[in-house]
Structure formats: C-alpha cells, structure tokens
Design a binder for this molecule. Sequence first.
Ligand code: ZN
Length: 239
Amino acid sequence: MAPGLFKCVECNEDANELHRDYSNGILKITICKSCKKPVDKYIEYDPVIVLIDATLCKIQAFRHILFNTEINIHWKLCVFCLLCEAYLRWSLLQGSQPSNDPADIIRYTKEWEFYCMFAVAALELSVFCAGVLFVLWTTQRCCGSSLKLAPLLKALLLSGYGKVLLIPAVIWEHDFSPLCFSLIRLFVLTSNSQAIRVILNCSRRLSLLAVCSGLLLETWAARALKTLQVCSQDYLSML
Ligand SMILES: [Zn+2]
C-alpha cells in the first residue's frame, strides 16, 4: 500500500506501515506516534477474534477492516445479504398464503415471487444508501469538506453483513422470530452507524442522523411500493 494509507485503530492517526519486517525474519508491530499504542493490534489476532470484535461494534475492529485490510467482497456480500432478505420475505409470503391453491405448487411461480422479493429488497437497500449518502454529503458540504462516496458505500455494504443471520432465524422458526428479525435489523443499523463514524471520523450523532434518515426514506419507499402493488392488483381485478 502507499505510505499513509493505513490508520491507527486506536486514535485514527495515519500510519505508513503496520509492521516492520527485519532481515533476520523478525517482525515488529509498528507503534503509533500519536497514542504510543500498536497501530493495528488485529494483525496478530485470529480472524475469528476480529469478527467477534466487529460483531460487538468495536470501533478498533471496524478501523482494522475498513482501513488496514484489502477486503473487496462488499458487492458479493451485498448480493448474498439481499438473497437472505429475499428468502425471508418470500418465506413470510408463503406462510401468509393458503397452500391449497393448485397454482401455489407451480415451481416457477414461486421462483418469480422470489425474484420480485429480491428486486424489492435491492430497491429498498438502494434507497437507504442514497438517503444516508445524501445526508452525509449535505452535512459535509455545509462544513466545507468533500465526501468520498466509494469508501462510504463500501463501508455501508460491508457493515450490512448481519443480514446473513436472517437465514438461521427463518430456518429455526419459532415464536420469537419477529423479535429476532427486529433485533437483526437493529444490529445492522448499529453496524452501519459505526462504519460511517469510522470512515468520516465524525460524531455518533451525525452517523445516527444519517442512518435514521436512510431508514425513514427506505420505510417510505417500502410503503409506496406496497400501495403501488395494492393499486395494481385492484386495477387487474377490475379488468
Ligand atoms: Zn494511535
């Protein structure tokens, strides 16, 4: 990586390297000039520990993942999370409909519904990201600084990894499933907020404002889609 591309996970100070490789095979972790702590303690840790700390929304783990690693799986992760969400919506839809209709057993019909759920989930995620980015862009413009959209979008998509928990929540269906879905949603929003804080090094208030704005916009878009669907069904039934 180019000099200054790393960040200290403790104080967010720029760093040129994470460790120094001496010629006799000895590696020494770089100490931050600002806080006098290791620049990135996580390079010694097992990835499972990093994942646990990220799950606990520790800001140091987020800095390690977003600044000091070259993880580029955000688009693949995004598609996988959307598939999980589409599966949840599709399974709820199947559960709410009576299964004695012969049309329900036609396989391609169900697949079509699944693709529709995937498209709706993708649209809602796009609206959420657009809302968050718009609020952050506006506030940064008001402060006179520019906003780099690509790292923010990457951080938003990566921090949505909690949606994969929807799959076990659907498979191990029980009475507390709705509560689980709400908790997973809350966890994803908390992760999103923490990721924004790390990328912009901004206050918790601003990151929460951006996430809440994105959520409001997404809720509005979901309701508009629902209304559109009901209206189109009424129109088709009148024909
Ligand atoms: Zn430091």
